[in-house]
Design a protein around this ligand. Structure first.
Ligand code: NAP
Ligand code: ZN
Ligand code: ZN
Length: 349
């Protein structure tokens, strides 16, 4: 057992407080990772505040983990002590269902083990996430962080990066396509970089007019402020693909009208139910789809792509004792563009 400093949400909507997690000794096919950085995803906040339904408390959030392998189990083949690795939104899955066998473990139908707010394979032991200094994970659910990626700036790739990369790939975005990224937050800003690296012509749609210069600096070709409703008529039928990363309730139908005929808008943001007028779907055979993170194989592909194309996140590195303030700032869209916890601060806390 490894007594591990952490921060936890003791009950729904309560502020995070210091907490201790007992991490098990790694089994034969597990590794113990010393966590260096962990990103703060809006999903951490949704779950800590029980915005997605009943959650498991105390909760140690965090699923954008980068660290170094510190201990390897006796049968581990893939990793050596000292390797730089990442852990994303899940730490295990059933390995037998159709999704798992297709390398799409995120859609496991028999028991995806979320990194936190979930259970280990036994179905009863709660999982605790990356707002801690160590984690134990099966070797097959660990990612290699390629040389050259800055560690603090790559931690958010483990969720924000794969969540934007996967639908861009799955729906076949190609060089020259007109791509709209809706919402310039943690997901949106890395989505802009991913789409740009794939050669797309990228437009940001934002409810924050002040983000225009940042969008351009991130590589967007165009920036549209959605606070002016006239923009929806002006840009109707313009885009080949719309990636909606917005964390708050909004009217999807307005954005659907921005698609060309037969094109797809993918929701990755996960707010409370939002209204939907079906007419824009009917009238141009447009499609509305969803997408959840990505599988292990594709997450590795995304990390390698990021290293090859110089894609990383813009981060504000914080000590753990600023986490509650960080949550409030994320909800206000007041972060450029991802908070990342420096895990060394947990050892001092
Ligand atoms: P974030 O950093 O808070 O970014 C969300 C963005 O949404 C904001 O920057 C803002 O962009 C826009 N927004 C916020 N409030 C708004 C409002 N009231 N009206 C209109 N726009 C608003 O969050 P994130 O970490 O990127 O996560 C975004 C969403 O994706 C969350 O719901 C999260 O749970 C979800 N998520 C899903 C997956 C998945 O696998 N599908 C994975 C990770 C996260 P502008 O200021 O530019 O408008
Ligand atoms: Zn996330
Ligand atoms: Zn499965």
């Amino acid at each position: 057992m490894h007594s591990t400093p952490a921060y936890a949400v003791p009950r729904a909507k309560a502020p995070l407080v210091p907490f201790t997690v007992d991490r098990r000794d790694p089994g034969p096919h597990e590794v113990l990772i010393d966590i260096l950085y962990c990103g703060v995803c809006h999903s951490d906040i949704h779950q800590a505040r029980e915005e997605w339904g009943p959650a498991i408390f105390p909760m140690v959030p965090g699923h954008e983990i980068v660290g170094k392998v510190a201990v390897v189990g006796s049968g581990v083949q893939r990793w050596r002590v000292g390797d730089t690795v990442g852990v994303g939104c899940f730490v295990d899955s059933c390995r037998a269902c159709d999704a798992c066998r297709s390398g799409e473990e995120q859609y496991c139908t028999q028991g995806l083990c979320l990194t936190y707010n979930g259970h280990e394979r036994d179905g009863v032991t709660p999982t605790y996430g990356g707002y801690s200094t160590k984690i134990v994970v099966d070797e097959n659910y660990v990612l290699r962080v390629p040389d050259g990626l800055p560690l603090d700036r790559s931690a958010p790739l483990l969720c924000a990066g794969i969540t934007t990369y996967s639908p861009l790939r799955h729906f076949g975005v190609r060089a020259g396509d007109e791509v709209a990224v809706v919402g310039l937050g943690g997901l949106g800003h890395v989505g802009v970089r991913m789409a740009r690296a794939m050669g797309a012509h990228v437009t940001v749609l934002s409810h924050s007019p002040r983000k225009g210069a940042d969008a351009q600096a991130l590589g967007a070709h165009d920036f549209i402020t959605t606070s002016d409703p006239a923009v929806f008529a002006k840009h109707a039928g313009r885009f080949d693909f719309v990636l909606d990363t917005v964390s708050a309730t909004h009217d999807y139908s307005a954005y659907l009208g921005l698609l060309k005929r037969d094109r797809t808008m993918v929701l990755v943001g996960a707010p409370d139910p939002s209204p939907l007028n079906v007419m824009p779907l009917l009238f141009a055979r447009r499609r509305l789809a969803g997408s959840l993170i990505g599988g292990i194989r594709e997450t590795q592909e995304m990390l390698d792509f990021s290293a090859a194309h110089g894609v990383a996140c813009d981060v504000e590195v914080i000590p753990i004792d600023r986490i509650n303030e960080a949550y409030d700032r994320v909800v206000r869209s007041d972060v450029r563009y991802r908070f990342v916890i420096d895990s060394a601060s947990l050892k001092r806390a």
